[in-house]
Design a protein. Structure first.
Lengths: 262, 194
C-alpha cells in the first residue's frame, strides 16, 4: 500500500515540483494504466526514493482533494434528485388556479405599490427585485448516466442543481462555458438570463432573453418575454418593457401594463 | 485502520461495489446515497435533530465512507456491509455533534463501538488540507476545473478530454499540468494561512 498511513500528515508540503513526464507516470499508476511489470517497477522506485514517495503522496492527496470537492457538490445533486422523486417540481406554477386567486388577492397591494413607484423616484430595480421569482428550473435526473461523451448534459444538469440551490454565480459560470459551443441555445440563454436577473444583473440578462425571443419558437418564449420585461424595467427602459409585456401571457402582465400606461 | 465487515462474504458483489465507489461511479453512489438517507434521517430526527441537520451529517458521513474506501481503510465482504458502515459513521458523527453541543439529553443508543473509536481518530490535519484543496479548486478557472474534473473524477482519457474541449491531445496534457501546478500554488497559499 503506497498511501502511507503512518506518515505524520503535517510533514506533507505539497511537493508538486515534478516534471510533466513524472505527472503522467503518477497518473498512469493511480489510474491503473500500468501493466504488472511497470507497476512493480514503479512501486520499487518509490520504496527506494523517499523524495519521490513524498511527491507521490502529495500528488495523491491533491487528486483526493479534487475528487472530494466535486463529490461534495454531487451529493447535493443526489439529494435534490431524491427530493424531486418524492415531490416532482412543477414549472409554470403561476398557471395553477390557486395562483390566480392569490394573484387576484394581491392585485390591490400591487396597484398601490406600482402607483407609489410611478409617482415617486422609486428605483425600478428594487421593484423588480421584489417582484422577481426565479423560474423553478428543469428536472435534473442526475442519476441517469449520460451517454459516452455526453458531457454537455452532465455539465448542464450540474449547473441546474446550482441554480436550484440559488448558487447563481456557479450556474452562470458553467452555462457560460457551455454557451461557447452553443451560443443560440434557447435553454442556456433563458436560464442564463434568469440567473443574471436573480443576482441583480439586469443588463447582462437582456441579451440572453433577446436570443430566446428572436428565435420565436422556444418553449421558453412566454417566460422569456416576462423576465425580459422585468430586466428592462430594472434598467429603466419603460417603453421597451411595456412592449415586451404585450408579448407575454404572464398573469401579472395586465396589471403592470395598466399602471405603466397611466 | 482497516475494517472488515463480519457478515457472510459475497466477494464479487462487494468488490464490484468497492470498485464502483473508487471509480466515482455516479449511479452506484447515488443508489447508496438514496438507499441509506431515510434511516439516518430517522435517527437524527429521533435524537434532537432536524431534516437539515440530518442532510448535513449524512453528507459528511458519505464523504468519510467514500474516502475510507478510496484509501483502502474499509474492506466490505458483502455489498450490504457498505450500507451498515455508512449508517454507523453517520450515527457516530451525530452523537459527536450532540456531545460537542453539550446536549445533556439521554441518548438511547450504544455508541462505544469500534467505528466510534476509529472515527474519533479521524485525521483532522487531512480534513484541513482537503478543505484547503477544496477552496483552491473552487478558485481555479472554469477550464481548469472542467479539465481536472474530467480526468481525475470522471476518469475520462486525455483523448476524450481533448475532443470535448476542442484541443489537441498535447495541448490538453500541457494544460492539465499547468492546472495542477496552479492548484498546488493556490492550496499552498491556503495552507500557509490556516
Amino acid at each position: 500500500m503506497l498511501w502511507r498511513n503512518n506518515q505524520n500528515p503535517k510533514d506533507l508540503k505539497l511537493n508538486f515540483d515534478i516534471s510533466p513526464e513524472q505527472l503522467e507516470r503518477f497518473d498512469a499508476y493511480l489510474n491503473d494504466q500500468m501493466d504488472d511489470q511497470q507497476k512493480k517497477a514503479f512501486e520499487q522506485t518509490l520504496e527506494n526514493d523517499s523524495a519521490l514517495q513524498a511527491q507521490f503522496d502529495d500528488f495523491r492527496e491533491m487528486v483526493l482533494g479534487i475528487e472530494q470537492s466535486i463529490l461534495s457538490k454531487q451529493l447535493d445533486t443526489f439529494h435534490l434528485d431524491m427530493e424531486e422523486a418524492e415531490n416532482p417540481p412543477t414549472r409554470k406554477i403561476y398557471q395553477l388556479p390557486v395562483f390566480k386567486y392569490l394573484a387576484a388577492a394581491c392585485i390591490g397591494l400591487l396597484i398601490v405599490t406600482i402607483g407609489w413607484m410611478l409617482s415617486s423616484d422609486v428605483d425600478h430595480s428594487q421593484f423588480v427585485a421584489d417582484t422577481f421569482k426565479p423560474d423553478p428550473g428543469l428536472p435534473t435526473l442526475m442519476g441517469v448516466q449520460p451517454a459516452e461523451g455526453d458531457s454537455y448534459k452532465y455539465d448542464f444538469n450540474k449547473a441546474m442543481v446550482d441554480y436550484k440551490f440559488g448558487r447563481y454565480d456557479d450556474a452562470i459560470d458553467a452555462w457560460n462555458a457551455l454557451l461557447k459551443n452553443q451560443p443560440q441555445s434557447d435553454t442556456l440563454n433563458y436560464f442564463l438570463g434568469v440567473s443574471h436577473l436573480a443576482i441583480g444583473a439586469a443588463q447582462k440578462a437582456q441579451p440572453h432573453f433577446e436570443v430566446v425571443i428572436d428565435q420565436n419558437t422556444s418553449v421558453f418564449l412566454n417566460e422569456a418575454y416576462w423576465y425580459y420585461s422585468l430586466a428592462l424595467m430594472a434598467d429603466g427602459q419603460i417603453k421597451a418593457a411595456k412592449e415586451s409585456l404585450q408579448q407575454t401571457e404572464h398573469p401579472d402582465k395586465k396589471l403592470i401594463l395598466d399602471r405603466l400606461n397611466e | 485502520m482497516q475494517e472488515q465487515a463480519a457478515t457472510a462474504p459475497d466477494p464479487n458483489a462487494a468488490s464490484q461495489l468497492i470498485a464502483a465507489i473508487k471509480a466515482n461511479d455516479e449511479q452506484a453512489m447515488q443508489r447508496i446515497y438514496q438507499l441509506n438517507f431515510k434511516k439516518v434521517e430517522s435517527f437524527v430526527l429521533q435524537n434532537n435533530g432536524n431534516r437539515s441537520a440530518a442532510k448535513d451529517i449524512y453528507q459528511e458521513a458519505f464523504i468519510a465512507m467514500w474516502r475510507n474506501v478510496k484509501l483502502d481503510k474499509f474492506q466490505a465482504q458483502n455489498a450490504d456491509a457498505i450500507n451498515g458502515y455508512l449508517f454507523r459513521i453517520a450515527r457516530n458523527k451525530w452523537l459527536d455533534h450532540l456531545k460537542s453541543a453539550h446536549n445533556r439529553r439521554t441518548i438511547s443508543v450504544e455508541h462505544h463501538d469500534q467505528e466510534k473509536a476509529d472515527e474519533a481518530q479521524e485525521d483532522e490535519a487531512l480534513n484541513q488540507r482537503l478543505s484547503n484543496m477544496h477552496s483552491a479548486f473552487e478558485e481555479l478557472g472554469d477550464e481548469c476545473r472542467v479539465l481536472l474534473k474530467y480526468f481525475y473524477y470522471a476518469k475520462k482519457s486525455m483523448k476524450e478530454i481533448a475532443d470535448l474541449l476542442s484541443l489537441d491531445p498535447a495541448s490538453a496534457r500541457n494544460k492539465k499540468y499547468r492546472c495542477m501546478q496552479r492548484l498546488r500554488q493556490f492550496a499552498l497559499a491556503k495552507q500557509s494561512k490556516s
